[in-house]
Design a protein around this ligand. Structure first.
Ligand SMILES: NC(=O)c1ccc[n+]([C@@H]2O[C@H](COP(=O)([O-])OP(=O)(O)OC[C@H]3O[C@@H](n4cnc5c(N)ncnc54)[C@H](O)[C@@H]3O)[C@@H](O)[C@H]2O)c1
Ligand SMILES: CC(C)[C@H](C(=O)O)[C@@H](O)C(=O)O
Ligand SMILES: [Mg+2]
Length: 345
């Protein structure tokens, strides 16, 4: 029996996970669920944002469903030494699972075009998959420090790290429009020069039928707003991907509707792309769509259950025609939207 570990986390995490777990139970009743701690709440209870019990459980399971971690700007968690902060728990989890490729699909659901900050005709064209490298670059490079009145971080990449994530992007492009845009800053950074070379070599050797473009990150930030329909698959390094994926994620109207999958060679990690939303936590109005759609990605990528994944995606689409949470201009609650999805499965 497949085993899924649920890490509800902090803020709205437990609220959106509750809805998503009900959906998972409904379409895959045979899946065993285990709940564990991660983030600020985990630190409060155990002294670690990524406790040993959580580490052992995720390493032994088939897939992990995560809510969100982190507190408000003024949370005492933000004054802890960096390795004890909630966000460090998430980074340690990603590293432990070895999930080097973060897939963030951005698409505007029919009927929601009006909520996009972009013109409706532009929003309608958007169907982009951002593949973000997740275990390298400034996030994990050990060459980092605050030394007196100076501080530095380093964006380092090896050829092997670039190659493995670029493969994920090219493989994904083969199932889509066969176009990859590799995003870098090769006009300034040596690390981008290496990145560009590795991606180009891989394309020439193994993916000749995929069209490859190289673009600068500053230009992509502009073009994702101006002409977002031009992109199919975007592949980029960790920090650029973090920023570009939040930028792209507002195109569908709310951060609350976007799912993600983080894949490596072991269990996959599935989470909505939004944060813990301290401003609305506990009010029961968070949009659970991103987490519910992350369950669909979990079923597809980790359990090989594409039919069930599609059932969820169709049900979400139908539910949003009738029930909307305040981030999408409605008055529905998390629970009501979750129930509307369940009713359409
Ligand atoms: N993967 C993660 O767990 C993750 C990701 C990003 C930020 N964070 C953490 O979350 C905390 C808050 O960060 P932030 O405020 O910058 O970003 P955020 O994504 O939590 O919130 C940004 C805005 O979007 C709204 N929003 C987010 N998700 C929503 C949802 N599902 N439904 C309705 N509205 C939603 C919030 O109410 C807020 O107004 C910080 O501690 C940050 O480090 C965690
Ligand atoms: C919370 C933070 C560590 C995380 C990141 O920067 O990767 C978040 O912004 C994300 O995009 O998942
Ligand atoms: Mg982010």
């Amino acid at each position: 029996m497949p085993n899924v570990v649920v890490l509800a986390g902090d803020g709205i995490g437990p609220e959106v996970c509750a809805s998503a777990v009900e959906v998972l139970r409904a379409v895959a009743p045979d899946v065993e669920l285990e709940h564990h701690l991660l983030g600020g709440g985990a630190y409060d209870q155990t002294g670690s944002p990524f406790p040993d019990a959580t580490r052992q459980a995720v390493l032994a399971c088939d897939a992990v469903l995560l809510g969100t971690v982190g507190g408000a700007q003024n949370s005492p968690w933000n004054s802890l030494p960096r390795p004890l902060r909630p966000e460090s728990g998430l980074l340690q989890l990603r590293m432990a699972l070895g999930v080097y490729a973060n897939l963030r699909p951005v698409k505007v659901m029919p009927g929601l075009e009006g909520f996009s900050p972009l013109r409706e005709d532009l929003a309608r064209q958007v169907d982009v998959l951002i593949v973000r490298e997740l275990l390298g670059g400034a996030y994990f490079d050990p060459r980092r420090a605050i030394e007196g009145d100076q501080a530095y971080n380093t964006i380092g990449y090896s050829k092997a790290e670039v190659d493995r994530v670029a493969r994920v992007a090219f493989d994904a492009a083969r199932t889509r429009k066969h176009e990859v845009t590799s995003v870098d800053k090769a006009n300034v950074l040596e690390v981008s020069e290496l990145w560009r070379g590795v991606v180009q070599d891989l394309r020439d050797r193994e993916y000749p039928e995929v069209k490859l473009e190289h673009e600068y990150v500053d230009s992509v930030a502009m073009l994702l707003v101006k002409t977002p329909g031009r992109y199919d698959v975007i592949v980029t390094e960790n920090l650029f991907g973090d920023i570009l994926s939040d930028l792209a994620a507002v195109i569908p109207g709310s951060l609350g509707v976007m799912p993600s999958a983080s894949l490596g060679d072991g269990p996959g990690l599935y989470e909505p792309i939004h944060g813990s939303a301290p401003d609305i936590a506990g009010k029961g109005v968070a949009n659970p769509t991103g987490t519910i759609l992350s369950v669909a990605m979990l079923l597809r990528h980790s359990l090989g259950r594409d039919t069930e994944a599609r059932r969820i995606e169709d049900a979400v689409q139908g539910a949003l025609e009738h029930v909307r949470t305040p981030d999408l201009g409605g008055q529905g609650t998390t629970q009501e939207l979750g129930a509307a999805v369940l009713a359409r499965l």
